[in-house]
Design a protein around this ligand. Sequence first.
Ligand code: FES
Ligand SMILES: [Fe+2]
Length: 370
Amino acid sequence: MAVVIRSASASAPAHKIEAAPPPQRYARGWHCLGLAADYADGKPHALDIFGTRLVAFQGQDDKQFYVLDAWCPHMGADLGIGCVKGNSVVCKFHGWAWGGDGACTEIPYAKRIPPKARIKSWPTLVENKLLFVWNDPEGNPPDPAQKIPRIEPVFQPEEWSDWSLVKWTIHNNCRELIDNIADVAHFVSVHGSDNVVYFANLFEGHKATQVMVGANRRLGGGEYLTTIASYYGPAYQITHMFGKMGGHPVESILMNSHTPIDPNRFELRFGVLVKKFPGMSAEQCEAMVKQYVDLTNKAFSEDVEIWHNKVRIDNPLLCDGDGPVYQNRQWYEQFYMDAASVPAELKQRRFFEIDHGIERKPEIRHAFDN
Ligand code: FES
Ligand SMILES: [Fe+2]
């Protein structure tokens, strides 16, 4: 790490933290709602996200997952406390049924359905056993360029553990977490790394990747831990991690996703998959996997504590050892603009590197790009 060669001037004015109110719109892109299986119980699920209430459910017949606005336009009841019938969610108050496309399909006591009886239906996607909802303030369909890449290990139960997922509510705006992509300095102070010998950021279109190599006692067994972490869009990050535990090499995949509740709170999900250990009995392997999941959860909760207790800051006071925090925020801004207004330079490929003398540089690529 950088060595302080002289202290700041005693006469310099104190740096004043500036923070405009967070944007009232929410990022354009796919947002994760957790495991799709958790929504496959035949019931409606209320979701307090994007500053409103939504309802998610699975159609009984077509098995599709749907997300609708939850406030019933008839007289304002919550569809989240209704029930699922066929491919519709039925309001508990007067029994109006709403199909997955948002059109009213039945009113039990009316001869004619009012032509305006329609509520907003949000695009959904199931990938990697996770359910996603598409947010676009302009109301456009999902951008095919922003697809969520498939992670084959999710579908290889012989070789990989299943998702272990935890969820937090963080009292802050999502941008404060996005800073993490470019935050090279926190690995030592927050995660107990001994050093970081290599750090790079690659921004390219809707992807933002961090490549890090550092010695870490907890997740690297004292040896070098290599992580390749890629955001696909504004709210879903996949990390491919190569570490060590108890002398065994460990390959793992981490998922970090955030879905805004309102401008000052977000749901944070953290998932872990661990590659099973060859030559071990099923019990030994399960114990090792659990131990590693616990270690990664603990490491992530170290970040959570910081995010939970920090203020929004528009003008971070950076030093020469920091990563490209401002450039990272510029990349993130594209998701808060109308699609046609995003300047070309925000989507351009940009690469930043901090090399403290690594012997062999890691490959620079987006994790699980396909
Ligand atoms: S409020 Fe939903 S059916 Fe009346
Ligand atoms: Fe971190």
